[in-house]
Design a protein around this ligand. Structure first.
Ligand code: LMR
Length: 394
């Protein structure tokens, strides 16, 4: 049997991680996988996370199973964090999942069982694993224009024109904020125009929100999701706590299905629990408990929000420093987009050959599509990167 297995293509982000680890050069710079690093190159455990873990350790009396959809207290705080009070709670079905990827996978499976003919429209480009999972599930994928390679902003007219080609029931996968890999995002007026197309064409939005708090702020980054969810009849939302709580390895995600009425909500809730049971039974609890402990405690919540805000401002500072340095070296504003982008990533918009050249010549690791993890930089490595970009002739 085993001889029938086909070798699968390596995930390019994870392959790059391994390649970086094996590089013996000490001056190498890791701008690959989307993991936050502080100025010392460390991915720290956030203060509030440590405190919540201590609290859990002191008070938790059992490690027995929780429900199939996870702890309802976790769903409640996450629904509130993402949707605020824009949608009535009894219209939202939610289930904890192993990370944001688990939520994405379950969402695609839900789509497939609800409407086997649905196609999923994804931005060009999108997170590669979106496409990989869609292919794995044999779901037809259609790309819509998103990134304008001239301006490095959003090709909004292209996006809208392509979405208008969708047929009723098709799903549109949107990034809630901090678009991965480009860093180019919709403004609220553009979100409204997307909503208009969703309504006009009877399309189902699926929103992947993995970086809330990394862009313009916790509330600001949720504006697009809230607008969509309060405007259209049905929305799927896949959320991750990996980045904004820094609990990557705890695998803490949530899938939400927002419905028109409470009957649909009950069926959705049952479906989400069923999907969990089929795939892994009970979702992991530790990360979810950390999140609910923090968000239900005023002091921990404000400390977490303050530390997250420092992380966000640090990344914005690095963006500005890199854009300024490139302006100084080139005498032009053509890299100004780096300061305009938001979130962890910016797509430099250059060729795989030049990305490879920077890796070989300068030990700079970015994903082959030229995605840079801005949080992988620090004040010392920004000038090194800027010089490498200029030397490579980007
Ligand atoms: C990324 O895009 O780098 C992160 O979402 C990590 C991953 O799993 O790919």
């Amino acid at each position: 049997m085993f001889e029938n297995l086909k070798a699968q293509p390596a995930d390019k982000i994870l392959a790059l991680m391994a390649q970086f680890r094996e590089d013996p050069r000490s001056a190498k710079v890791d701008l690959g996988v989307g993991v936050y690093k502080n100025a010392e190159g460390v991915t720290p455990v956030m203060r509030a996370v440590k405190a919540a873990e201590q609290k859990i350790w002191e008070t938790q009396e059992s490690k027995s199973y929780v429900g199939l959809a996870g702890d309802p207290a976790y769903s409640d705080v996450m629904i509130n964090l993402i949707l605020g009070d824009t949608v009535a709670r009894d219209k939202v079905a939610a289930a904890a999942t192993p990370g944001g990827t688990g939520a994405v996978r379950q969402a695609f499976e839900l789509i497939q069982s609800a409407n086997p003919d649905a196609r999923v429209f994804v931005s060009d480009p999108t997170w590669p694993n979106h496409i990989s999972i869609l292919n794995y599930l044999n779901i037809e994928t259609v790309t819509y224009r998103y990134f304008d390679r001239e301006t490095r902003g959003v090709d909004f007219d292209g996006m809208i024109a392509d979405l208008k080609e969708a047929k009723p029931g098709d799903v549109v996968l949107l990034h809630g904020c901090c678009h991965n890999p480009t860093g180019a995002n919709l403004n609220l007026t553009q979100w409204q125009a997307v909503v208009d197309v969703l309504l006009e064409k009877a399309l189902i939005p699926m929103i992947d929100i993995a970086y809330q708090g990394f862009g313009d702020g916790l509330e600001e980054d949720a504006q697009g999701v809230r607008l969509v969810t309060s405007s259209v009849p049905e929305t799927l939302i896949a959320a991750s706590c990996s980045k904004n709580f820094g609990i990557y390895r705890e695998r803490t995600g949530l899938l939400m299905a927002v419905a028109q009425d409470t009957n649909a909500q009950a069926l959705n809730q049952q479906t989400l629990a069923f999907l969990n049971r089929q795939n892994y039974s009970f979702p992991p609890d530790h990360g979810a408990r950390i999140v609910s402990t923090i968000l239900n405690d005023d002091a921990l919540r404000s400390d977490w929000a303050a530390e997250l805000e420092d992380v966000r401002l640090g990344m914005l500072g690095l963006r500005q420093q890199l854009a300024d340095e490139l302006q100084r070296l080139t005498g032009s504003d053509r890299f100004g987009f780096i300061a305009q982008h938001r979130g962890m990533f910016s797509l430099l918009g250059t060729t795989p050959e030049l990305v490879e050249k920077m890796r070989v010549d300068n030990g700079i690791y970015m994903v082959g599509d030229s995605r840079m993890n801005i949080a992988g930089l620090n004040a010392q490595t920004v000038p090194i990167l800027a010089q490498a970009i200029v030397d490579a002739g980007v």
